[in-house]
Design a protein around this ligand. Structure first.
Ligand code: FRU
Length: 494
């Protein structure tokens, strides 16, 4: 290769192709304000939902809603990154651009191992919503419909299907976010999408011809649904199979605004059956939306990722070059607690691997101790008082409080005074997460990453994801009055 080309290539790769996430602590000075060190962020500009999550030939693909021209939402593309361990991400060029049928809204990807579509053995097929702005402006309500594209080079380039759309709009204004999976049980492709205040299920033999099968919603509840997902899970300890319908809700989540919920039920190949009143929350924090799962995984686990923001203020948060991050990748577990199904989420093993072995901190006094701005805290706690807390703060007095209330059976994250919040009246606040059961020792695994916190209580039986924007990183920790009832181990990034 001629020298001038190799230099150009090197520079291109340095700035575009080989950006690996998970910064080392020594690199923190180089990092922009509020840029996380071990969560996925786009290098620049606007990002929302994770899309097209698929595992293929050793790579986890993360496509995402992306607007390359601004740090606020705009005409949507699919951005693209790949990783072998879900933690170190390589940015790839934009995968799908808007076209004459519309913008590229959220959707999913599958591997067509048996070539049911005829696009090629093991082709990667993307199923997404086309959103036609012209039609929307003209007052035509059928401006969202489902289309497909396929890739024969591991997601690097896609060809859009000439017969798009493959699912026409049936007269529903909000009709989007198709999530497709191969249903091993009924030997068919299953597609679930959000149709205003409910989910619609379609089935297909070939990813091209879709048959409408059923709908599921909460009678009388007209909140907007987005980004649904549907998958079978084995109930821990019983071997029983249940189906989980996950869906993000655009309004009135437990702590306000948007969040990801789920229902546990059965699926007979056509219809999802569950008690529609039994809606539960995957994460009680304010910042875990559009959580969806990877398809084609190499093992019997269910793993997914969410968008770490909330539509109440996502476009106004004070980051400059880029806007928003993804949550940590998580494994889901379904279990029965006190007769009720609970979907727990915990960071995948790869997340734990980016941290050094535990360093124990004896919290025998309530004096502040220094912690890195990006770390993992493992807390074992036997709370005595009715409300107890841990504070994480900086020298300016920005303080984030994590606590529990035994009588109310809940944990909380209070970000009221954790930094900048003037950008939205809906941001500051104390937010609660309900524990499905109180356990004598409360285990909290806390992942702090510069401008975000993910708390997993009792192996993820309750989780809370919250973002915050302190003047300088929060790097001190102090327990409340009952420090003798608590042990804290902490790990920094390797
Ligand atoms: C959810 C959502 C989806 C839509 C996409 C547009 O956050 O509103 O329903 O497809 O974002 O960017």
């Amino acid at each position: 290769m001629p020298a001038k080309f190799s230099l150009a290539l090197m520079l291109f790769l340095m700035f575009n192709g080989c950006r690996q996430k998970v910064a080392t602590p020594s690199a923190t000075d180089m990092v922009e304000a509020h840029r996380p060190l071990y969560h996925f962020t786009p290098d620049s500009m606007w990002m929302n939902d994770p899309n097209g999550l698929v595992y293929h030939d050793g790579e986890y693909h993360l496509f995402y809603q992306y607007y390359p021209d601004s740090t606020v939402w705009g005409p949507m593309h699919w951005g693209h990154a790949v990783s072998r361990d879900l933690m170190h991400w390589e940015d790839l060029p934009i995968a799908l651009y808007p076209d004459s049928l519309g913008l590229i809204f959220s959707g999913s990807c599958v591997i067509d191992s048996a070539n049911t579509s005829g696009f090629g053995q093991r082709s990667m097929v993307a199923i997404f919503t086309h959103h036609h702005m012209g039609r929307e402006k003209a007052g035509d309500t059928t401006f969202q419909y489902q289309s497909i594209a396929w890739s024969e080079d591991k997601g690097r380039t896609f060809k859009k299907y000439s017969g798009n759309p493959v699912i026409a709009n049936p007269g529903i204004r909000d009709f989007r976010d198709p999530k497709v999976s191969w249903d091993h049980i009924h030997k068919q492709w299953v597609l679930i999408l959000a149709a205003y205040d409910k989910a619609m299920i379609y089935t297909s033999p070939d990813l091209i011809h879709w048959q409408e099968s059923s709908t599921f919603g909460i009678p009388g509840d007209t909140r907007l649904w987005e980004c649904p997902d549907l998958f079978p899970m084995t109930v821990k300890g019983s071997g029983q199979t249940k189906w989980v319908l996950m869906v993000s809700i655009q309004k009135l989540a437990p702590n306000g605004g948007t969040a990801t919920s789920y229902f546990v039920g059965d699926f007979d190949g056509k219809k999802f059956i569950a008690n529609p009143k039994d809606q539960k929350w995957l994460d009680y924090g304010k910042d875990n939306y559009a959580f969806v799962t990877w398809s084609n995984l190499p093992g019997p686990f269910i793993r997914g990722i969410g968008w770490m923001s909330n539509w109440q203020y996502a476009q106004a948060v004070p980051t400059k070059k880029w806007r928003s991050a993804m949550t940590l990748p998580r494994d889901l577990t379904l279990q029965k607690i006190n007769g009720s199904y609970v979907l727990s989420s915990m960071p995948t093993a790869e997340v734990f691997d980016v941290f050094e072995p535990a360093a124990s901190m004896a919290m025998l006094s309530d004096k502040p101790v220094q912690i890195p701005e990006a770390c993992y805290l493992d807390v074992k706690w036997v709370p005595g008082a009715s409300e107890e807390k841990i504070s994480i703060f900086n020298q300016q007095g920005d303080t984030l409080i994590i606590g529990c209330q035994r009588q109310e059976n809940r944990i909380f994250v209070d970000r009221t005074k954790a930094g900048e919040s003037s950008f939205s009246k809906d941001f500051a606040g104390k937010h609660y997460g309900v524990l499905p059961v109180w356990r004598d020792t409360l285990s909290l695994r806390i992942f702090l990453d510069v401008a975000s916190l993910e708390v997993f209580a009792n192996n993820g039986e309750c989780s809370m994801t919250e973002i915050f924007f302190p003047a300088t990183p929060l790097n001190m920790l102090q327990t409340g009055t009952s420090a003798q009832n608590m042990s804290v181990g902490f790990r920094k990034l390797k």
